[in-house]
Unconditional design. Structure first.
Length: 200
């Protein structure tokens, strides 16, 4: 008959040899790491996709505007609708766009102003609209004298799927430039590209 001590020793040896629950214990340690990696991959992939679409929508708006000789407010809003389609399936209402047509003075390339009024260049969602004749700084050498460029500024309020555990929420900004294709500038206030901003 086994003594109490020998039975205890046998039970300990049996417990040490039993590996039936090792996999469950190891999975318990690994599962949280795998879950974080999975959620991180989903979040980062989603963020990269949104970032790509913001860049594409911003440059597309600048390019489409620069292809025209004259635009009305309805024309600009129709271009913004295309930008919304580009953002799908992500929320296009979070994308703010500002259309800023800039012209340089005929005698000073570094004097760059917003040349049209705001009437026919509405913003998209909550984008800002610089006023006519407002100064706008461009990189040195971007424009020669009496030239113009279409600037589109974008702002997107990014909201992560899983809170701020992986990526932080906040505004993302982009900027695109396009030179008018068919004339000196894109006319928003009429058929010509003259501006009273440079008369003084």
């Amino acid at each position: 008959m086994m003594t109490r001590t020998s039975r205890l020793a046998a039970a300990i040896r049996s417990f040490v040899r039993d590996i039936g629950g090792v996999a469950a214990v190891e999975f318990g340690f690994i599962a949280p790491v795998l879950l974080v990696m999975l959620l991180g991959a989903i979040e980062v992939t989603r963020a990269m996709s949104i970032n790509t679409r913001i860049s594409l929508a911003t440059s597309m708006v600048a390019d489409l505007v620069a292809r025209e000789q004259q635009l009305t407010g309805d024309d600009v809003r129709a271009i913004y609708e295309i930008a919304n389609e580009i953002m799908a399936p992500y929320d296009g209402s979070k994308l703010d766009l500002s259309l800023i047509p800039i012209m340089s003075a005929s005698n000073n390339a570094s004097r760059t102003l917003v040349y049209p009024s705001v009437t026919n260049r509405p913003p998209h969602n909550h984008g800002t609209v610089p006023a006519k004749c407002q100064a706008y700084s461009l990189a040195s050498g971007m424009l020669k004298t009496n030239e113009s460029v279409i600037v589109v500024e974008a702002r997107y309020m990014f909201e992560p799927l899983f809170g701020s555990y992986i990526l932080n929420a906040g505004p993302w900004t982009k900027k695109a430039y396009a030179k008018p294709r068919k004339s000196l500038c894109v006319a928003f206030d009429g058929a010509t590209c003259t501006s009273s901003c440079f008369s003084s």
